[in-house]
Design a binder for this molecule. Structure first.
Ligand code: UT7
Length: 333
């Protein structure tokens, strides 16, 4: 029997950010920085922090999925697969997606995590779409969530101003028409791996008094080098997916970019020839939530989207990893 091929549609989105707001003003009391420096260099005004003991990324994922199930009127037992993109899993194993599945009662689902840093959500969305297109799965949840505050040194100004905690989740189902995920491009280059990484805690450098003393369990980033790669690659891959799909600037309804730095986003939009009215931005509220930025953006701006709108998602991050994804939005609100 030949299965009818369906595209994978996003049929719902929900996001979650913790209540605690860490403002630039509060950061001024922790490290030698200023609101002016942070806003002009990055566009960030505040970020959310998940406070309290024994609270990992799965908490963020559970809140996203609970809201998503309610919104889409979905029984957790109907879910076939949960994919969670994160670089801050609750533990190295088991996977955070398994923990989320358990906490939401998705007893018929299996799950796995994807580690692709800031490109994680695009990687996970492309992966999830394959299971729908193959005709083997009907309901796939894709989550992008990170508790970046768990790997940030709040005594060092370079990184603590950039990152925040949060996430979002989408439901993927077979499309009933030609809307849904149309195409994607995913790339990586491991030679950039040591410019943005978590040096210790893995099998290479297991935790020791030395790794703790050297602060190797906090994020390490060579900011200005990463910036140069990000600007070029995010713009290139966004232009490439437009050309591949014969999309002109006017055909694009919205650019949904990873929110690491407003200057990187501006460069990407410029290359694509899209004006600021088409660029979705929430970096000022949440900072860089790594795998969380794109689904949080979809959630924040969901009310703007109309069925058939052409969205380009684009990201660059640790690995290096980068990617773009072209989708036609599948529903009206
Ligand atoms: O999401 C994953 C991928 N990551 C990214 O895309 C991030 C890419 N990188 C960036 O967005 C930018 O490089 C940063 C925002 C991280 C830094 O901006 P920059 O314009 O590249 O600054 P810089 O690192 O070249 O530093 C410029 C100056 C330095 O001082 P000197 O050496 O010129 O005296 C830094 O010490 O700014 C100083 N600086 C700060 N000053 C105030 C660095 N961090 C801070 C700070 N507050 N928080």
């Amino acid at each position: 029997m030949i299965l009818k091929k369906h595209k994978a549609s996003i049929t719902g989105v929900h996001g979650y950010v913790p209540d605690y707001i860490l403002t630039n003003k509060e950061l001024e009391t922790l490290v030698d920085t200023s609101d002016e420096w942070i806003v002009t260099r990055t566009g960030i005004k505040e970020r959310r922090i998940l406070k309290g003991d024994m609270k990992g990324t799965s908490i963020l994922g559970v809140e996203c999925v609970k809201g998503l199930l309610e919104k889409t009127n979905t029984d957790p037992k109907e879910i076939d697969l949960i994919i969670c993109a994160t670089v801050t899993p609750d533990m190295l194993f088991p996977s955070t997606s398994n923990l989320i599945a358990d906490k939401i009662g998705a007893t018929n689902s299996y799950g796995f995590d994807i580690s692709a840093a800031c490109s994680g959500f695009i990687y996970a969305l492309a992966t999830g779409s394959q299971f729908i297109e193959a005709g083997t799965h009907n309901k796939v949840i894709v989550i992008g969530a990170d508790k970046m505050s768990s790997i940030i040194d709040y005594e060092e100004r370079k990184n603590c101003v950039l990152f925040g905690d949060g996430g979002g989740a989408v439901l993927l189902e077979p499309s009933e028409d030609e809307t849904g995920i149309q195409d994607y491009l995913l790339k990586s280059d491991g030679s950039g791996g040591d410019m943005l990484c978590l040096k210790a805690g893995g099998s290479l450098r297991p935790a020791s008094t030395e790794t703790i003393k050297n602060k190797e369990h906090y994020i390490y980033q060579e900011g200005s080098s990463v910036f140069k790669f990000a600007v070029t690659n995010m713009a290139d891959i966004s232009e490439e997916i437009m050309n591949k799909n014969k999309l002109k600037s006017d055909d694009i309804s919205y650019l949904v970019p990873h929110q690491a730095n407003k200057r990187i986003i501006d460069a990407t939009a410029k290359r694509m020839g899209v004006g600021p009215e088409k660029v979705l931005l929430n970096i000022e509220k949440y900072g860089n939530t790594t795998a969380g930025t794109i689904p949080l953006c979809l959630w924040d701006f969901e009310n703007k989207f109309k069925k058939g709108d052409n969205l380009i998602l684009a990201a660059f991050g640790g690995g290096f990893t980068w990617g773009s994804l072209y989708l036609k939005w599948s529903y009206n609100n």
